[in-house]
Ligand binder design. Sequence first.
Ligand SMILES: Cc1cc2nc3c(=O)[nH]c(=O)nc-3n(C[C@H](O)[C@H](O)[C@H](O)COP(=O)(O)OP(=O)(O)OC[C@H]3O[C@@H](n4cnc5c(N)ncnc54)[C@H](O)[C@@H]3O)c2cc1C
Length: 466
Amino acid sequence: MTEIQGERLKIAIVGAGIAGLSLAVAINALDQDHKIAIDIYESTPELSEIGAGVNVWPRTWCIFEKIGLGESLAPLFDHPPNLEPRVIYEIRKADQKDGFRVMEISKNGGGLRIHRADLQRCLVDHLPLPSHSGTKANSSCTLYLSHRLVDYTYQPSSVLPAKKPVVLHFADKPSRTCDILVGADGIKSTVRQLFLTRLPNAPDYQKCLSPRWSATVAYRSLIEKEMLRRLSPNHRALDHPGIMYVGRYKHAVAYSISGGRYLNIVATIHDKSREGTAWEGPWNSEVSRHELLDQFRGWDEEFQQLLQCIERPTRWALHDMHPLDTFASQRVLLLGDAAHAMLPYQGAGAGAGIEDAYILATLLTHRLTSTSSSPDHLSKLIDIYNCIRVPSAAAMVKSTVTQGALYTLAVPELDEYKEGDHIPFDRLLDVFHTVADNWSWTSSDPEEDRRTAVELLQRSCGQARL
Ligand SMILES: Cc1cc2nc3c(=O)[nH]c(=O)nc-3n(C[C@H](O)[C@H](O)[C@H](O)COP(=O)(O)OP(=O)(O)OC[C@H]3O[C@@H](n4cnc5c(N)ncnc54)[C@H](O)[C@@H]3O)c2cc1C
């Protein structure tokens, strides 16, 4: 099809995190008809990413390939992205002086690990911005920094169906308009709050307005492998694809990123006595090494050596959201953590946002969706996005909670034990066989969902023409 003449369908993406950027890249990659204009609005004055690793599963890798990131991203992972069986983690019981190996968990393709800043840079490089002459621009794209969305409204109904009926309001910046607003503004999403309170059955969503604290904190840090090598030349983590240290209500993972330069460490502590309470204070802050070391006193020596290398730990209060039963209505859609913030135990929060982006980009760029699409067509598109993404994200939110309870040996069958106790080996094996089973989806094919979305779109348009 040749380039569509006249105005393009204007998509406003609020939030330039991994999910929002992935949507822009996916739209541009799939927009063969050059019919979409993307405006990205980000509240911060520059794009920055925390210094930490992120796990990408083979399922998400397939999407990266489909949206044209394969060549740039592949060299940044710690192993080639293929489906060979690989170790994800060696599980070690570590809440005692002499820790020991429980089992190894392997899956096809393993877990691909990358520095968040590298992933973000790659996404930004693939935005079709006028300054990126090397990127093929199917869609047009503008990035607006320092634009904090505070509200959205609709053009007065007297002029509907109007072009670009959604009006976006920003703090200290002029208002702008769009055809479709995508809220990719993270777990504290402003768009979600506005969207839910404007639904006809808004009172039903009261508990989904704010994130909920999981009574868990995570300490995160990158450590230089060289530093660990000096302290402990034969440390297991130096040459291992990934280690998970587990104990009652606590666990930690360590894996390599950045070509083996750093080890990414995440250590969680669950405080059962604070379940159901709200977190007070900043969600993340730098804390003393002393605080971190104190939490794991008495743990396995090899794990303590890792902690010794952490110079400036950050502490994150882990929140998730009560699952939503809708991510979209009228011309407003939610994407990524704004739609389904989850706990990090499946290593899949960002991956779920990338899946949202792929499905939504498929629907928006499909030849049946055009600049002159009727509100009726857009509402079908929104129904399909809800139909594909809501159940799978809800299942993922739920399974992260289960997975977290298993990692931290916080399952009812182990209630008789406390931190540091001897737990019979076969009971530990049972727990981690379940963990392994819960990762069976990680190398599944995301194309099935995309095909279903397209079939539903075709069917709904066919019915509309009858
Ligand atoms: C400890 C930890 C470990 C994790 N590990 C993994 C992992 O290994 N693998 C994985 O897949 N996921 C992981 N996750 C989850 C993952 O980090 C998130 O799911 C993902 O980063 C969310 O991306 P997002 O783009 O939806 O939101 P965000 O990254 O929060 O981006 C939202 C953006 O919107 C902007 N914004 C906010 N409000 C406004 C506004 N009003 N107007 C304009 N802009 C606004 C923000 O500045 C930000 O740039 C982990 C999470 C944690 C806490």
